[in-house]
Design a binder for this molecule. Structure first.
Ligand code: HEM
Length: 492
């Protein structure tokens, strides 16, 4: 039996609600702002601001990319921490400190991009940050590196604390459910604990890569005469970025495993298959990132082949097991379709669709054509926007409902879901069409050869407007409840 920690109304639970409500408010505040920055980029690509300096496009692209990736990572960590309090005891203090570090990091990022016009893109590929070519001042690079350092420290301590809490209750070996692989089922390990453990161990390996990148960057930037190896830096950066994005996805899946069963009336437990699947993920996630480096012909060929093989296999354990389990969980079940369960279900489907597009792109023969076309933002926006974002919005809806106890407007919930689906997939299909027609990614102004990119951007704007309407209605429905959760709960 899972030993649940009692969290029924009490001061402790009130404090977790205050903390989680605060995190959810930050997430729900940043989302529409960052979405509008995305819309701004599509407006530029649609040629509707012809006199704008292109460097603004790149500064906004950097802020939008980093902001979105960071927002959904911290949102997922906060939501998972709340879910985990049923089973283990994470530290609230560490989570508050992570919030402080996040806000400070965001302020520095705003300064470096909006004042300094730092425009290197979200993964700041070496050596671009060090060659501003007069576009951004030196302080902007420094500020950027400092903001990453602050975020990195805050998030690493947070991940370590969650692992500490899990290890105290279960031991890491039990939390990884190795005994299920041997055929034993005691102690019972909830899927939320298993998947969080896998995710956070991977996250720490990614954060370690980030620390090495920062140290190497500081060494070169401080004028010591030391020069970095560009291929090593690229490997480190892509390892870090790939792990961060995947981990966010898996943390979103934790929420689905824990919360969706409450709406379907069927339990979702760890079993041998689930244990094997997630332990395989722990191993494969470390190698799949090579698919970002296919164009680096100096990289040993076996690494590229390993990248393709790992990319193919990683989709089987995590995604296929989860997707089939979701279908089994809901098919013929007495489902309660609320805003939360609808969004979580759609989130799993979005993960599946984005995953297929990602596997296509990870095929070396295809990547030769699709590399750096709009196919790349197409697939990662799919599993982010229609995947993990929907899972997290589903969590926030569940949390707001649980805390406020207010009944939900069922018709409004369905309308919001419909606007998300129409607006989201419509917006994404313009990225896919662009990719299939070789429209390059990260172009502020499309040249004559790929001028159809302008039309795709214009059509995308209509769909973004539909999506934005859905987001506003969602905020009206759920944002209010999260504010209530904050106001009616115990401080600190
Ligand atoms: C409706 C919402 C969104 C819109 C309109 C939007 C729009 C855009 C556009 C136009 C680009 C530049 C594409 C190009 O390379 O030409 C972009 C890049 C990007 N977006 Fe979004 N986006 C949205 C949601 C998201 C979400 C939810 C995420 C989650 C992480 C995200 C993360 C990124 C990242 C990481 C980049 C790459 C930035 C870079 O290349 O450095 N976006 N987005």
């Amino acid at each position: 039996m899972v030993e649940r920690i009692v969290v029924s109304p009490g001061i402790e639970q009130q404090r977790w609600r205050r903390l989680t409500g605060t995190w959810m408010m930050v997430m729900l505040l940043l989302f529409p702002i960052l979405l509008l920055l995305g819309a701004f980029m599509r407006i530029v690509q649609a040629n509707l601001l012809p006199t704008l300096l292109p460097e603004w496009f790149y500064a906004v692209m950097t802020l939008h990319g980093l902001g979105m990736v960071g927002t959904w990572f911290v949102g997922a960590m906060a939501a998972v921490s709340y879910v985990l309090t049923q089973y283990v005891r994470p530290s609230r203090g560490v989570s508050w400190a992570a919030l402080g570090a996040t806000l400070l990091g965001v302020l520095l990022l705003l300064a470096t991009t909006l004042i300094g016009r730092f425009g290197v893109g979200w993964y700041f590929l070496y050596p671009l940050p060090f060659y501003p070519a007069g576009v951004w001042p030196t302080w902007a690079t420094w500020t950027f590196l400092f903001s990453l350092a602050i975020l990195g420290v805050g998030w690493t301590v947070w991940a370590v604390d969650l692992l500490r809490a899990i290890a105290q209750q279960y031991s890491l070996r039990a939390a990884l459910a190795w005994h299920y692989i041997r055929g034993e089922t005691e102690p019972e390990v909830p899927p939320a604990v298993l998947i969080t453990t896998v995710s956070l161990i991977s996250a720490l390996s990614g954060f370690l890569a980030a620390v090495i990148i920062l140290v190497l960057s500081f060494l070169e930037w401080a004028g010591t005469g030391f020069t970095n190896d560009a291929l090593l830096m690229k490997n480190l950066i892509f390892f870090f970025g790939h792990v961060l994005v995947n981990i966010t996805m898996y943390l979103g899946v934790v929420l689905v495993y824990d919360i969706l069963p409450r709406y379907s009336g069927r339990p979702w437990k760890t079993n041998r298959l689930v244990a094997i699947a997630w332990n395989t993920v722990l191993f494969l996630v470390l190698f799949a990132y090579f698919h970002h480096l296919y164009m680096d012909f100096v990289q040993p060929q076996w690494m590229q082949v390993l990248g393709q093989v790992a990319s193919y296999f990683i989709s089987v354990p995590a995604a296929v097991v989860t997707i089939f389990s979701t279908l089994l969980l809901t098919y013929g079940a007495p489902m309660r379709w609320t805003l939360s369960s609808l969004l979580m279900y759609l989130g799993v489907m979005g993960w599946a669709i984005g995953g297929v597009a990602a596997v296509i792109d990870s095929t070396i023969a295809v990547n030769l054509r699709f590399h750096n076309t709009l196919w790349v933002p197409a697939h990662f926006h799919t599993y982010y926007l229609m995947g993990v974002v929907l899972m997290l919005l589903g969590f926030a809806a569940h949390f707001g409902h649980e805390v406020s106890g207010r009944s939900e407007n069922g018709r409004l919930a369905k309308l919001i879901a419909a606007l998300f689906v129409i607006g989201g997939y419509g917006f994404l299909s313009m990225f896919y069409l662009g990719g299939a027609h070789s429209v390059p990614r990260r172009y502020a102004v499309y040249p004559q050869e790929v001028i159809q990119g302008v039309d795709y951007a214009r059509i995308a704007l209509g769909f973004i407007a539909v999506l934005f309407l859905g987001v506003l209605l969602y905020l009206w429905e759920t944002g209010r409840r999260c504010v209530l959760a904050f106001r009616t709960s115990e401080p600190l």
